[in-house]
Design a protein around this ligand. Structure first.
Ligand code: 13P
Length: 249
């Protein structure tokens, strides 16, 4: 069976000191039964890459510019710059980017393309809001979010990529989606990819994110279409994160 992947999204939390102590603890624990990916704030990327890269822990950015070429885009960071600081991965379309920074499906798809062009592997984040779930629109929302990337980049773009299903109502709320809800959406995403290419659909790793903690991780990870997790709050405490890694067998 393929290894699961446990990814940490530190969001805008931490410090250089915290980055160092978290990475040191993760490397010391050496969780080899699962793949580990850490997505720190950009200023800490090089530190994290130096500390973790040698131990086989993946490093990723949390966002990138849709512009591929260097240019006068104050405050933006390109895929090439993330790669230059040691990143191999990048989150694209996290719900906090979609909602606080008005990133549309189309912009997210362009960022996905820019990541690939810059040599990074994108992790496409998708998820519905509570009102959309209550209105029975979950599958349609997810289909549009994934479909925008398929339209611009094609199914081949998922050859190495990952998709993280993160229902907005589950992020940071302490209320994770149920294993059944997660499995339903993951199977739906896989079937959407399958229509384009069955092999790539099988290979694409589908992560769940939203209030994952040690207590619920094993049951979520046991779902047939769940290949790992994208962890926010619980990734900021080494022991919590490592317990989640231990559940990813
Ligand atoms: P929490 O684990 O804090 O709910 O955050 C999930 C998330 O947004 C990871 O990208």
């Amino acid at each position: 069976m393929r290894k699961k992947i446990v990814a940490a999204n530190w969001k805008m939390y931490g410090s250089r000191a915290m980055a160092k102590s978290l990475c040191t603890a993760i490397v010391a624990a050496n969780p080899t039964h699962c793949d580990v990916l850490i997505c720190p704030p950009d200023p800490y990327l090089s530190d994290v890459a130096d500390l973790c890269g040698v131990a086989g822990v993946g490093v990723g950015g949390q966002n990138l510019s849709e512009h591929i070429e260097p240019g006068a885009y104050t405050g933006e960071v390109s895929a090439a710059m993330l790669a230059d600081c040691g990143a191999h991965w990048v989150l694209v379309g996290h719900s906090e980017r979609r909602h606080y920074h008005a990133e549309s499906n189309e912009l997210v798809a362009r960022k996905f393309a820019a990541a690939l062009a810059g040599g990074l592997t994108p992790v496409l984040c998708v998820g519905e809001k509570l009102a959309q779930r209550q209105a029975g629109e979950t599958d349609a929302v997810i289909a549009d979010q994934v479909g925008a990337v398929l339209d611009i980049c094609g199914i081949g773009a998922f050859e190495a990529g990952m998709i993280a299903y993160e229902p907005v109502w589950a992020i940071g709320t302490g209320h994770a989606a149920t294993p059944q809800q997660v499995q339903h959406v993951h199977a739906f995403i896989r079937s959407q990819l399958e229509k384009e290419d069955a092999r790539i659909a099988r290979l694409t790793r589908l992560l769940y994110g939203g209030s994952v903690k040690a207590a619920n991780a094993a049951e979520l990870f046991a779902q047939p279409d769940v290949d790992g997790g994208l962890i926010g709050g619980a990734s900021l405490v080494a022991s919590d994160f490592l317990e989640i890694c231990a559940a990813a067998r």
